[in-house]
Design a binder for this molecule. Sequence first.
Ligand SMILES: Nc1ncnc2c1ncn2[C@@H]1O[C@H](COP(=O)(O)OP(=O)(O)OP(=O)(O)O)[C@@H](O)[C@H]1O
Length: 260
Amino acid sequence: MQNVLEISNLSIGYSGRNGGDTVIARDLNFTLAQGEFVSIVGANGIGKSTLLRTLAGVQRQLSGQVLINGKSIYSLTPQKLASSLSIVLTEPLPTRNLTVRELISLGRQPYTNWLGTLTENDKEAVESSIRNTGLEALEHRKCYELSDGQLQKVLIARALAQDTPIMMLDEPTTHLDLYHKVQVLKTMKGIAREFGKTVIYTTHEIDLAIQLCDQMLILERSGHHFGPPCSHIENQSFQNLFPSDLIDFDSGTGTFKIKN
Ligand SMILES: Nc1ncnc2c1ncn2[C@@H]1O[C@H](COP(=O)(O)OP(=O)(O)OP(=O)(O)O)[C@@H](O)[C@H]1O
């Protein structure tokens, strides 16, 4: 499989007003191949969203490299970047006054003319992302009429309509019930498989990620681990993810258990 995203010696964080940097994670090294379904996991505040935003070029890295197909992400024009990767963030929408279909159609912006006219190809991409996310019944509803979970699906559909080789999603299943979490994750994995897209998302649902992902990036204060879920289980990498006073990772079932 061809490597699409190469991260080398990456340090992420925030530049202070007086010039000092706050480093959130350093020396990150991993590579994502075409068609892989990948999650980023770790405790609250460890840097999952910061990393995702850095990988997407939404915020600058402190040092190191993020390469998409061998080219630095920061050298790409906004147009090229928008046709290379889509990102679903947790920030609220600027407007919820659009219908579901209109919002999903915005995903086609990198390809439309300045009037935003949709071609047959654009319309087909919108149709198929509505179908793939099961939003047919909601397509004419206004976004302000949706529940948080329904809106989350619409944002995923917009990213799907963008039809980029790389998709990045920040906690895409937070507001969904268990059934719909699995439905959305399986849809995303299916898209990775069927269309050879690389999908990377942050999550707190480690059990589901273990069952579904090809690769997992585990962020910890002491460093990071990257590899397939089974190698993390073998290497006991989940054991140190959280303080051990309340929960333990059970390698046999691949789940966290509450301590008695
Ligand atoms: N704009 C910012 N400026 C400075 N520090 C920030 C900024 N945004 C986040 N941080 C800090 O960076 C660290 C990592 O935050 P981040 O949101 O990436 O973590 P996370 O792993 O996604 O957390 P969670 O699981 O709670 O969503 C936190 O300590 C946070 O306070």
